[in-house]
Ligand binder design. Structure first.
Ligand SMILES: N[C@@H](CCC(=O)N[C@@H](CS)C(=O)NCC(=O)O)C(=O)O
Length: 207
């Protein structure tokens, strides 16, 4: 088995398990005790100098940053299916929302929660109301970001939406709730949830 995911079930690595389950490729989970600082070990710092999870190792390839891991995996193992081909116009929408999650939604949500002061014209994530409008436009009137077609962008963007809804960090607008429920019905997400739960139980972690 060549794919190794350095993982903790209470980290963004949990969403990478969903990515891997969608692809149906074999993989191994290596538990990292983030509460004890395992992510700062010399071995893992050599893989990710940020000292953070997730870290995916696929043979000679090392990928960090959840969105990059999703894009890498889909290109590598599902090009033309979970990742639109480079000459498919759907690739534009696919990349757009995949990158919107870490570059706009994550900092935008943090900025609001922590009451950061900043000029919206200078911050790449802009203002919160515009962010919400953009997110709503992405998921309204269609099943998935690319229409009827599910893609890795839904794991990246949709995983963020589901996480924020779960922790009341995103207004539960009907479009977000319905989208989150459509994603929750996916067998791969249910398998991933079960696997993450099993790891949590194995390590005595409450979920
Ligand atoms: N931008 C990174 C964020 C990674 C991140 O913040 N990981 C957290 C867990 S979700 C972590 O490892 N925290 C432990 C630490 O910073 O020491 C990504 O999307 O993968």
């Amino acid at each position: 088995m060549s794919i190794v995911l350095h993982h903790h079930p209470f980290s963004r690595a949990a969403a990478v398990v969903w990515m891997l389950e969608e692809l149906g490729v074999p993989y191994e989970l290596r538990f990292v005790d983030i509460m004890q600082g395992g992510q700062k070990s010399a071995e893992l710092l050599a893989l990710n100098p940020m000292g953070k999870l997730p870290i995916l190792v696929d043979g000679e390839a090392v990928v960090t940053e959840s969105a990059a891991i999703g894009l890498y995996l889909a290109d590598r193992y599902s090009l033309g299916q979970l990742a639109p081909l480079p000459d498919d116009p759907a690739r534009a929408t696919y990349l757009r929302w995949s990158l919107f999650a870490p570059s706009v939604i994550e900092p935008g949500t943090m900025a609001k929660a922590a009451h950061w002061e900043f000029k919206t014209s200078q911050a790449g994530w802009g203002d919160h109301a515009s962010m919400l409008r953009a997110m709503e436009s992405a998921v309204s009137g269609r099943a998935f970001l690319l229409g009827d077609r599910f893609s890795m962008a839904d794991v990246i963007f949709g995983g963020t939406v589901r996480y924020l809804l779960r922790f009341n960090m995103l207004e539960a607008k009907p479009a977000f709730v319905a989208y989150g429920e459509r994603l929750g019905a996916r067998p791969a997400l249910q398998r991933a949830d079960a696997r993450n739960l099993a790891v949590a139980k194995e390590h005595g972690l409450g979920m």
